[in-house]
Each structure stands twice: as structure tokens, then as C-alpha cells.
Design a protein around this ligand. Sequence first.
Ligand SMILES: *Cc1c(COP(=O)(O)O)cnc(C)c1O
Length: 219
Amino acid sequence: MSLQEITARIAKAVSNVGRPAGSVTLIAVSKVQPNERVQAVLEQGHRCFGENRVQEAVGKWPAFKEQYSDVDLHLIGPLQTNKARQAMELCNAIHSVDRPKLAKTLARLAQEIGSCPDLFIQVNTGEEDQKAGILPVDADRFVAECKELDLPVRGLMCIPPVDQEPSLHFALLAKIAARNGLTGLSMGMSSDFEQAIALGATHVRVGSAIFGERVKPQG
Ligand SMILES: *Cc1c(COP(=O)(O)O)cnc(C)c1O
């Protein structure tokens, strides 16, 4: 598939549910993709990208940002506190805020740096042991804690379990966001972004459907 096709499918999904045009941001997930493929998508005019590892993002994006100053880079993978500063300096948004220790580190660094990327709190809607994210039962308290730290929390993020109907998880995430007064919903990937849009996604994270299968295995 191509960027154009994905953009068209997003526009159609948005209009099908009567949402305003342009209400969904496409994050093109470029992790482990060769630079030529990323360059090609930049040349088509797309500027919003997602990476799931700080190390990889730091190796790849400063050079692209020199070429294209309006790149909008989103960190969508787990963040260790010792990489938080690098992530904050490079990224425009972080979708993986998932624990109090990380929230406190981000708040301290935001004071030092004088700015903070847009933040999304990752919720482990499937309550999976191997997956990052705050548990649904702890989400309200954690959102409140982040707000008390003056963090710019824009919304919530989830990655549904692979073997379950994603819509149930999208609906749960939307419900938690609504009761906490949050408007951003980072949900939906290559296989289910249309369902996510129907349930209110504001940010979809699409990788393989734009770039093709990842060449190297995902780390
Ligand atoms: C890799 C990844 C995606 C994109 O996955 P595709 O199935 O290739 O669209 C989305 N979100 C996160 C958190 C990812 O790690």
C-alpha cells in the first residue's frame, strides 16, 4: 500500500462516522525501515513519524530534521528514565508514559529544559503481563498524578492484545479518556486503524501498511 492510499482510507473512515475532516493525525511508523523508504515518504510531503526506540530515533532523525525542519516526531515505544532527556529533546510527542517514576522524571526535566513534548499515557487495556502501560484500574489516579505534576497530558494510548477484538480495547480507552477529560486517543495500527477511527482515535500509528513489511525483525 502507499501513503496516498492510507491517507484516503483515513479520510473515508473519518467521514463515514461524521467526524470533521482532518481530525485524525497519521503517524507513519518508520521503525527499522531503511532510510530510503523514510526519505520517499518525506518527499511525498508527509511529516509526522513514529519510532519505538529512542536509540534508533536518535541515530536516524537528527539528519532528516536538518533536511525537513517541520518533522513531527512521536515516540511510541517504551521509555527508560535514563533516556528521557534525549527523547524529550528529539521528540514532539511521547505516547508511552506508563508509570509514576517516569512521570516524575519527565516533570523534572521539563523544568530544566523549559519545555515538554505532548504526552500520552499508555494504558494496558488487555492487562497483559508482557505489555507496558498503566492498568485500567489505576488509570484515573495516574492521570491525576500527571496533571498535578503539570505535565502536558494530551490523551491516552493503547496497543490491544493480538488475539482479541481491538474495538473492545478502543472503546475502553475512549471511556477512560472521556471520564478524565482527555481528548487525545492514540490507537489503531495497520490492521485496525479504521475501527479505531470509528471509536474516536485522534492519532493512528501505521507502519507496515505504508512502508511495507519491516525488513529487520522488530526489537
Ligand atoms: C510498530 C508499532 C506500530 C505500527 O505497527 P504496524 O502494524 O506496522 O502498523 C504501532 N504502534 C506501536 C506502539 C508500534 O510499536
